[in-house]
Each structure stands twice: as structure tokens, then as C-alpha cells.
Design a protein around this ligand. Structure first.
Ligand code: GDP
Ligand code: MN
Length: 386
């Protein structure tokens, strides 16, 4: 689960990770009020959306006076901000962070993330921080250093220094930086984060280190341990269909193709996406109704997929195990009765009670194409959308 920069900065404050003074604002008036509490100008007006690249998209601006705060807040609130992370449709800005402007001597990159391959937490840092870290990673990866932290040992003093030296920090900034990194690590572990990123981490002209940006991603599987973090969720920033699917415990991810998929089991869903791609079609979504879905869940899955305008055809691929084919078929029939199915559907069904399942679909008189196996299903769906 992602959170906004202003929320991440509140968390940073709670762990003594230095951030600029600032406050969230939901209106132009509030933006001006917040600016008045800061010590002088410039004041930074920052769009709050769950995507990076805001600076380049025009969502981060410096105001030299109260009039400029007003103009900028007016411009940015309500704008559709397009960045390389939002996709071409962009994201509507509904809140701003109003912050005290900082004197930047140097911008660095610093992040912590879970590295599954080495079962460790990796610290990544670079002297080439700022807005183009993706380019640094692609063109000069040697300029990003990586330090692995054993989660059982915790972060060690020599590792803090190792990162500080790699960033070539001035002596006076070394100790504050070590404290910052060690606090950031503590925050990461205590909140079950999957990623924490500061880009840029800045060095000021008086050798202070400050997190100028803050991105935090929590491991959603651990959120049940952190009720207080769950309250930070912003449904406005999530795909409405994904939010709807999560209400029914459906594993649904919206993609950009045009074949809707209903599959039971994540492995089968991955295989299904591969095989339809191989046949020349592209998936509009990943929808895993789960191994033990009920007829009601199947019905909701179909309804959600049908609500997606990109979907030109649906492939249903079910292996009946705990979810029996007859239960599944009932769900499809119910959904078809309630919402109607207005696109071609190809069904491949195998496993427990497959004959009963096929009979239910046939007796309902639904206009479905059945496939003998997965390969056949993929060919048929590809032919339909071509
Ligand atoms: P992002 O583009 O979404 O990653 O947003 P950031 O929070 O990283 O802001 C983008 C850029 O705005 C930073 O890299 C800085 O160069 C600039 N910026 C942000 N805050 C300040 C500030 O207080 N003073 C100055 N001079 N520049 C700032
Ligand atoms: Mn940034």
C-alpha cells in the first residue's frame, strides 16, 4: 500500500528523520494559511498524488510570495498531472503539501527495499540524486551503490559509514547522516515497509541532511498488524475496479489489453496470460477468483470485468478443484442473468464436476464458446478479438 508524501513525512518525523516544515492543504485558503506559518519564502507547493515525476510534470513549484502561493495553489489543485508514472491519462490533484523551501547544496538518492533474492534489506544510494534516477540506473548503474543488511543482525555502524563515505559527504554531515539512515531503517522494519525512497535527500549549505521527498510503500500482507497505517489508505489514488474487487477478496489487477480473464489460482492466471499473448491477444486484466471461490465471487468477478470498457472478449479458464465446475457455472449464470453479457466469451473448464458445470451453462442458453483445452481457448479468444 502506497501513501502520500505528506503522510510519509509525518512518519519520518515520528522516527526523527529530518524533513522540511510543512503541512497538507486541501484548498487554496488552507494553502495560504499553511504558508503563513512557515518562516518566510520561498515556499514549495507540491502536488500530492501517488506517483513520482511530479517535478517534471509541473506539480512541484517554488513560490516567492504569498501571491505566488495563491496562484500556484490555484493552478495545481484540480489539475490533471501527467508524469511518466501516471500514464497518459494522468491523475487529478486533490491535495497539496505546502513546505518551507530549502537551500540545496547537493541532491542524493537514498532508498531501502526488500530484496527477495538475497533475503535481505538493500540500501541503495547515489550521488546522482534528483529527478533522473531511472536514467542513472540505466546508463551508469555503477554510480548507485548497494549495501545488503541482514534483517536478523540489523543495520551495523560500518554500513552506515560505508553509505555516508560513498556519498562523499562532508565530515560535519557524516554523523547526522548515520542517524538519519539508522532511523530510516528502524522505520522500515517497525512498519513492515516494502520500500522507502528519498529522492532527493539533500545536503544544505550548512551541512544538514534533509529528506526533501518521501515515498513509502507498505507490505499489504502485513497491514493487519498496523491498523493506524491502514487509515492512511487513499482510495482516490487506486483503480476503482481494483478497489471494488478487493471488497470481495478477488485478486484483480487492471492491465491494458482487451481480453478479460477469469481464472482460478494465481499460477493458472499467469499461465493463461502467457498463452493468450502467445496466441496474439493481450490481457485486459489479471483476475484470480481463488481456489475456493463461491458462486457469488464468480458473479462479482464477471460483473467487474464487464464494467471495464477495454474488454472486448472474455476468456474463462477454470480448473475445478476445491472450486467445483458446477458451482462456478452457477456463478456465471447468475451474473449473466443480472448484468447480461455483451461480449463474446470463451470457456475452458476442466476438473471436478465438469460435466455438471457444462450442462448448467448449456441449459442456461448462454451464448458461450467452449474450448477443448487451454491452447484451443487461446486460439479462439485471439481469433475473436482480431
Ligand atoms: P518528484 O518530482 O515527484 O520526485 O518530486 P520531488 O519532491 O522530488 O521534487 C522535485 C524537485 O523539486 C526536487 O528534485 C528539487 O530539485 C525541487 N525542490 C523540491 N523542494 C525544493 C526546495 O525546497 N527548494 C528547492 N530549491 N528545490 C526544491
Ligand atoms: Mn522525488
Amino acid at each position: 500500500m502506497k501513501i502520500h508524501e505528506y503522510q510519509a513525512k509525518d512518519l519520518f518525523r515520528a522516527y526523527d528523520v529530518p524533513v522540511p516544515d510543512g503541512n497538507v492543504a486541501f484548498s487554496v485558503d488552507e494553502a495560504k494559511k499553511n504558508a503563513a506559518t512557515l518562516r518566510g519564502f520561498p515556499v514549495v507547493v507540491k502536488a500530492q498524488i501517488h506517483a513520482g515525476g511530479r517535478g517534471k510534470g509541473g506539480g512541484v513549484k517554488l513560490a516567492a510570495s504569498m501571491e505566488e502561493v495563491e496562484t500556484l495553489a490555484n493552478d495545481i489543485l484540480g489539475m490533471t498531472l501527467v508524469t511518466h508514472q501516471t500514464g497518459p491519462q494522468g491523475r487529478c490533484v486533490k491535495k497539496l503539501l505546502i513546505e518551507a523551501g530549502q537551500n540545496i547544496a547537493k541532491e542524493f538518492y537514498l532508498s531501502l527495499l526488500v530484496d527477495r533474492a538475497t533475503a535481505s534489506i538493500v540500501i541503495m544510494a547515489s550521488r546522482d540524486g534528483g529527478m533522473d534516477i531511472e536514467e542513472v540506473a540505466a546508463k551508469t548503474p555503477e554510480r548507485i551503490i548497494k549495501v545488503q543488511v541482514d534483517p536478523l543482525m540489523g543495520i551495523q555502524g560500518y554500513q552506515l559509514r560505508q553509505v555516508g563515505f560513498a556519498l562523499e559527504l562532508p565530515g560535519a554531515a557524516m554523523k547526522p547522516f548515520s542517524q538519519l539512515l539508522s532511523n530510516l531503517y528502524r522505520l522500515f522494519i517497525a512498519n513492515d515497509c516494502s520500500m522507502v525512497e528519498i529522492n532527493p535527500l539533500i545536503l544544505t549549505s550548512d551541512d544538514k541532511v534533509i529528506a526533501l521527498d518521501a515515498k513509502v510503500d507498505f507490505d499489504s500482507n502485513a497491514l493487519y498488524r498496523h491498523k493506524e497505517l491502514m487509515e492512511l489508505r487513499d482510495l482516490d489514488e487506486e483503480d476503482p475496479l481494483e478497489v471494488e474487487a478487493s471488497k470481495y477478496n478477488l485478486n484483480y489487477i487492471n492491465l491494458d489489453g482487451n481480453v478479460g480473464n477469469i481464472v482460478n489460482g494465481a499460477g493458472l492466471a499467469m499461465a493463461t496470460m502467457d498463452i493468450i499473448k502467445n496466441a496474439g491477444a493481450t490481457p485486459a486484466n489479471f483476475m484470480d477468483v481463488g481456489g475456493g471461490a463461491s458462486a457469488e465471487q464468480v458473479e462479482n468477478a464477471l460483473r467487474i470485468i464487464l464494467a471495464d470498457e477495454k474488454v472486448k472478449a472474455i476468456l474463462i479458464n477454470i480448473f475445478g478443484g476445491i472450486l467445483r465446475c458446477d458451482i462456478f457455472a452457477q456463478g456465471i449464470v447468475e451474473a449473466a442473468r443480472k448484468t447480461g453479457i455483451n461480449v463474446p466469451v470463451v470457456v475452458r473448464m476442466e476438473g471436478t464436476n465438469v460435466d455438471e458445470g457444462k450442462k448448467i451453462l448449456k441449459d442456461a442458453g448462454l451464448n458461450l464458446t467452449s474450448a477443448v483445452d487451454l491452447f484451443d481457448a487461446a486460439q479462439k479468444i485471439a481469433a475473436t478479438v482480431k
